[in-house]
Design a protein. Structure first.
Length: 402
């Protein structure tokens, strides 16, 4: 049986080696590994869509609903995830996330009907949500001199997972069954839980008193007055909607509207994430060196130009070139999310960041359903143009307000 972690670990070591990041390397490696699994397995879903549709009789609208529920659950779980980080300790929450993800992935692999599959998928989204805001807090706490580079490296590891894990899962599913494509990650999450328990301190920042959702929202209103945080959050909302719609359906879009084979479409999908593994550390270093605005505008503008051109081109070479250009999107979230996590007051870096991220992720989670419904209506090109329009609003906000 193929070990899905085998291709990830050497690349993860390569990401960390020879980087001038001042901080504990074992922590960086453990957090990056957990994130590679947490996000990479979520992108196994689009790769296995044909097999899931064949087994359960799904249309594209139903696929969109499944993925919207996955990302919606991931969004909703950010609020308790951030609160638990504040109250119990950031390291403990990362371990809990990996342990619960192990159980949830076992339930997905064992699903015997569509209701069970949907319910287990929601459980997995909630479990991985515990990892989301907490990893930023851990990295900004333990890498105060190079937060952008540290976050960029771990997000690049996530892109390695995005590029490698769907391919590994597809190979297992083709050789055995789609259940093996999901089930192989059960022991992988267990290994990540052990690594996080050993490497990450139970608490990486000062303990903060427990606060309710109402008080958190009140504190956020104060923190969001003035400064650049409101603008960056608005930009992040558009980025979230754009990428969740794109990533959920890009392989299907290429096969349906561009006539590419599933294998070629999957390769281009993986290439988007593989290039992201290069773009994200570079964006983090550029942010640390030249600042937020030029890095964000450069990455965002380039990616949107590629997305807007995509419906109007055909042929493998032009589409591959646009996919490579669109991969600069991966640099935008290094800038936005690092800036927000690092700028919020210490008392809000867990719960507050989790609440904000839940908001923009919930908006973004509607995108797969919107794209799926439009695709079933024969409006696949128009759906991708809609994603570009939403991104255009975000870019305009960044240009005018940042």
């Amino acid at each position: 049986m193929v070990d899905p972690l085998r291709p990830v670990l050497p690349r993860l070591r390569a990401l960390i080696a020879d980087r001038g990041v001042d901080g504990p390397t074992p922590v960086l490696a453990a957090v990056a590994l957990g994130w590679a699994l947490s996000i990479g397995v979520r992108f196994v879903y689009p790769a296995l869509v044909p097999l899931l549709r064949a087994e359960f009789g799904f249309g594209l609208s139903a696929v969109g609903l499944l993925l919207s529920l996955l990302w919606g659950a991931y969004a909703a779980g950010h609020v308790p995830g951030g609160a638990l980080g504040d109250r119990l300790g950031e390291g403990r929450v990362l371990v809990v996330s990996a342990v619960v993800s192990t159980a949830a992935m076992a339930a997905v692999a064992g699903a015997t009907g569509s209701v069970v599959l949907f319910a287990a998928t929601v459980a997995f989204g909630l479990a991985t949500a515990l990892y989301g805001p907490t990893r930023f807090t851990v990295l900004t706490d333990l890498f105060p001199d190079d937060p952008g580079s540290a976050v960029g490296l771990t997000m690049a590891a996530g892109n390695v997972g995005n590029a490698v894990l769907p391919v590994a899962a597809t190979a297992l599913a083709a050789a055995l069954t789609w259940r093996a494509g999901f089930g192989a990650f059960v022991p992988c999450f267990g290994l990540a839980a052990l690594a996080l328990h050993v490497a990450v301190p139970s608490r990486t920042g000062a303990a903060t008193p427990a606060v309710g959702v109402g008080e958190t929202v009140g504190r956020l209103r104060v923190a969001l007055r003035g400064g650049a945080i409101p603008t960056v959050v608005a930009v992040q909302v558009s980025l979230s909607f754009l990428i969740q719609g794109f990533a959920s359906f890009y392989p299907a879009y290429l096969t349906t509207t561009k006539g590419l084979s599933p294998a070629v479409a999957a390769t281009l999908f993986g290439a988007f994430f593989a290039l992201g593994a290069v773009v994200q550390p570079a964006a983090g270093a550029l942010m640390d060196g030249v600042g937020v605005r030029p890095t964000l505008l450069g990455c965002f503008g380039t990616s949107l130009a590629a997305l807007w051109a995509l419906p109007f081109v055909d042929g493998l070479v032009p589409i591959a070139a646009l996919t490579a250009l669109f991969a600069t999107w991966n640099g935008t979230i290094v800038v936005t999310q690092t800036y927000i996590a690092d700028t919020l007051p210490a008392a809000l870096q867990g719960t507050g960041f989790g609440t904000l991220k839940a908001g923009w992720m919930l908006v973004g989670a509607t995108a797969p359903l919107v794209v799926g419904v439009m695709a079933d209506a024969g409006l696949f090109d128009e759906a991708f143009m809609l994603l570009g329009a939403v991104g255009g609003v975000g870019l305009a906000v960044a240009v005018l307000r940042l």
